[in-house]
Design a protein around this ligand. Structure first.
Ligand SMILES: O=c1ccn([C@H]2C[C@H](O)[C@@H](CO)O2)c(=O)[nH]1
Ligand SMILES: [Zn+2]
Length: 136
């Protein structure tokens, strides 16, 4: 699976976005180690704070199905620069992906930016911080 093929999966997922409030559809795709692809779109709510980003939809779908071996991530939206994942999604990516996992960000004009989970969220709070706590 090429990076561009994973972006294509994210674009298809974007078509399923439920975005009556922002009118800003986003698609995400995760490549798993066995070659399977899990996709996600953003899903909004009349109670705005409940809106769920495409990236988190994809990760929560995968994890809830017992699929955690994420090899590559792609995200696309109709932005001038390749779409920039929000802070909440960066934290969730850091929880379930290795720091070096490639993240391919794109837009509809074909611009691509390849980064990693660590580059998106350096100095991430993690399980190790909890394990190192002096409490308990
Ligand atoms: O990387 C991003 C950035 C934003 N959104 C969603 C959240 C909301 O539904 C809409 C506008 O912020 O876009 C995503 O899904 N992913
Ligand atoms: Zn987000």
């Amino acid at each position: 699976m090429t990076k561009e093929e994973l972006i294509q999966h994210a674009l298809h997922a974007r078509d399923r976005a439920y975005v009556p409030y922002s009118r800003f559809p986003v698609g995400a795709a995760l490549l798993l180690s066995d070659g399977e692809v899990v996709t996600g779109c953003n899903i909004e709510n009349a109670s705005y704070g409940l809106c769920n980003c495409a990236e988190r939809t994809a990760i929560f779908k995968a994890v809830s199905e017992g699929k955690r071996d994420i090899q590559m991530v792609a995200v696309v939206a109709d932005t001038e620069r390749p779409v920039s994942p929000c802070g909440m999604c960066r934290q969730v990516l850091a929880e379930f992906c290795r720091p070096e996992t490639p993240v391919i960000l794109g837009n509809l004009q074909g611009d691509r930016l390849e980064t990693t989970v660590h580059e998106l969220l350096p100095f991430a709070f993690s399980k190790e911080d909890l394990d190192g706590s002096k409490e308990s």
